[in-house]
Design a protein around this ligand. Sequence first.
Ligand code: ADP
Ligand code: BMX
Ligand code: ZN
Length: 295
Amino acid sequence: SVCLAVDIGGTKIAAALVDCATHQIIDRHQIVTPKSQQPTVFSAALASLLTPFIANADFVAIASTGIINNGILTALNPANLGGLNRFEVVDDIQRITNLPTYAMNDAQAAAWYEFISLTPNNNTHNMLFITISTGIGGGLVLNQELQTGPRGISGHIGHTVVDANGPVCGCGRQGCIEKMASGTAIGELGTTLFKRPYNGKEVYQLALEGNEDAMDIIHSSAAAVAELIANLTISLDLDVVVIGGSVGLAPHYSEYIQQYLNEKPKLYRPRIIPAQSGGDAGLLGTAHWFARQES
Ligand code: ADP
Ligand code: BMX
Ligand code: ZN
C-alpha cells in the first residue's frame, strides 16, 4: 500500500507518498507552517499541500507537533503554532482527503522509525529520540516498545525545567529546556544579543562563521541537552539517544552534546547518534506505525 505521510512541525509541514513495503519516499513536498490562531487558516494550508497526493494514496498517517490524543492536536506550547492551541487534525485531514486517517506525535513517530532502523539484535532496549527544532520534542522506546502514553503525552521532555528562574515558556511553566535551548530559543537569544531579528538558523550560521557570541548560544543549548540526556539516562537506563531536528542535525551539534556528556561519569553517558533518516524520520515513522494498523 501507499501512505500519504504528513509531518506537521512548528516551522514546516512536509507531506510525502511512502511505499509501505519498501519504506521508500516516492514524492515529497513541504510548506511553511502558517502562524495563525485560526484553525481554518491551518486547514486551508493542509488542503493545498495534500490535494495533489490524494489520488495516489491508500491512507494518511500524520506525525504532528503537539499532544495527539483521540485524533485531536492540543498544543502544550501554543506559541510554536502561532497561538493555535487546539485542532481536530484527523477529522480535518480525513475531510480533505476522504482517506482513512491516523495521527501520532512527531517525535514519537521519529523515535519509532529510528528504533526499527537500529541494527537488529543489537540489544537496544531503551532508546530516546530528541528533536531540537522549533521546540524540543522527545519519543521514548522502553523495553523495545514505543511509549505514546495514555493521553499521548509520553516523551514531552522539552518541558522539563533546566532553570527554575528562567524565562516563562509558552506552556506556562518557568525555565523549560524548550524555552532555553530550542531553535526558537536560539533565535530569541540571538535577537536580544545582536539587537535585530534573528531565527535559529541564522544564529547557527553566524556561529559556524566564527562569531563567538553566537557560538556561546549554541554551546549553552547543547550543554542543556546533554544535562537532560544525563538525567533521563540515569532515570530510565537508556542504551541509545538519537538526535534529530534541524538544530540537532546541524553541523557539529551532536558532537557538542557528546563533549558535554564526556565530562560526566560513565553511567550518565549513553550512545549518542544522529538520526539515520535525518529530517524524514517523522514521515517514515508514522507511515510504518499505521501501516501495521491498515493491513
Ligand atoms: P520543525 O520544527 O517544523 O519540525 P525544523 O526541524 O526544521 O522544523 O526546526 C526548525 C528550527 O530549526 C527553527 O528554529 C530554524 O531556525 C532552525 N533551523 C532550520 N534549519 C537550520 C540549520 N540548517 N541549522 C541550524 N538551525 C536550523
Ligand atoms: C513542543 C510540543 C511537542 C513537540 C515538540 C517538537 C507543541 C505544539 N509541541 O514541545 O508536542 O513534539 O515541540 O516539535 O506543543 P517541533 O515543531 O519542534 O518539531
Ligand atoms: Zn514548557
